[in-house]
Ligand binder design. Structure first.
Ligand code: PEP
Length: 252
């Protein structure tokens, strides 16, 4: 059985390298626990070197985005190949906060291809902005997923693909406002069906689906219970060593 996956999306936090150092020191006290799962830390870019050095024995490096370019000369860009050379193993793509700033599913799809070419696992985020009684959010979800993965054909490198279901309405709140397990289960079944339509059943059943959106120690356990997810993408709670440790405990 593959290990559960836990992604810590630090976004633009902590506010300084010394604070990041404090968090890393606290996280390392739980290194034994983290070795039992696949923990990825996605810090702000300038912290990559420090995170890499200080988590080597219990976590892998991730990044929060890559540019939609592969070759050429581009001022201000940190390309996927450079990130790969730093040890980055996974990239978060299509996060709703990037989509809110103009990221389109078409550019996510391009980045998926670029990440794979660089040997980086693309973690593709999808999620509706609101949920409605008539189930219209499923249409939105299907379109977003299909467009974001359009660069992959049936036989493509889906063995390296991870999908994160992150309903936008549930991000950055508290456990109380997160999705309920029954709705999560329904969305996961739906995503699996879309992946099956795109890549065939055998391929689709191996693509891990994670959940993200206000995962905290208080709800991590129930969200895992028969919902079909393989792990979590965690934002605010990943900045607190105790909370991340408790979420990791629920995964093993
Ligand atoms: C996120 O932004 O990916 C996320 C899951 O955030 P939070 O856990 O804070 O809702």
């Amino acid at each position: 059985m593959a290990k559960p996956i836990l992604i810590a999306n630090w976004k633009n936090h902590p506010g300084s390298l010394s604070e990041a150092g404090t968090l890393l020191r606290q996280l390392s006290r739980n290194s034994r626990l983290y070795k039992r799962l696949s923990l990825f830390i996605a810090p702000p870019l300038p912290y990559l070197g420090t995170v890499s050095l200080r988590t080597r024995n219990f976590a892998s490096l991730a990044t929060q985005d890559i540019p939609a370019i592969f070759q050429g000369t581009h001022t201000g860009m940190v390309t996927s190949d450079i990130l790969k050379s730093f040890g980055v193993r996974l990239v978060i793509l299509g996060h709703s906060e990037c989509r809110a700033l103009g990221e389109t599913s078409e550019s996510v799809s391009q980045k998926v291809k670029i990440a794979l070419r660089s040997g980086i696992v693309p973690l593709v985020c999808v999620g509706e902005t609101s949920r409605d009684q008539d189930g219209e959010h499923f249409e939105f979800l299907r379109d977003e997923l299909k467009l974001s993965l359009a660069s992959l054909n049936r036989k493509a490198d889906t063995s390296k693909l991870v999908v994160a279901y992150e309903p936008v309405w549930a991000i950055g709140k508290s456990a109380r406002d997160a999705i309920v397990p029954a709705d999560l289960k329904q969305s996961v079944i739906f995503i699996r069906k879309v992946l099956t339509d795109m890549f065939g059943r055998k391929t689709a059943e191996h693509i891990p689906i994670l959940y993200g959106g206000s995962v905290e120690p208080a709800n991590a356990g129930v969200l895992l219970d028969e919902t079909g997810i393989r792990g979590f993408l965690v934002g605010h709670a990943s900045l607190h060593a105790k909370s991340l440790g408790a979420i990791a405990e629920s995964l093993i």
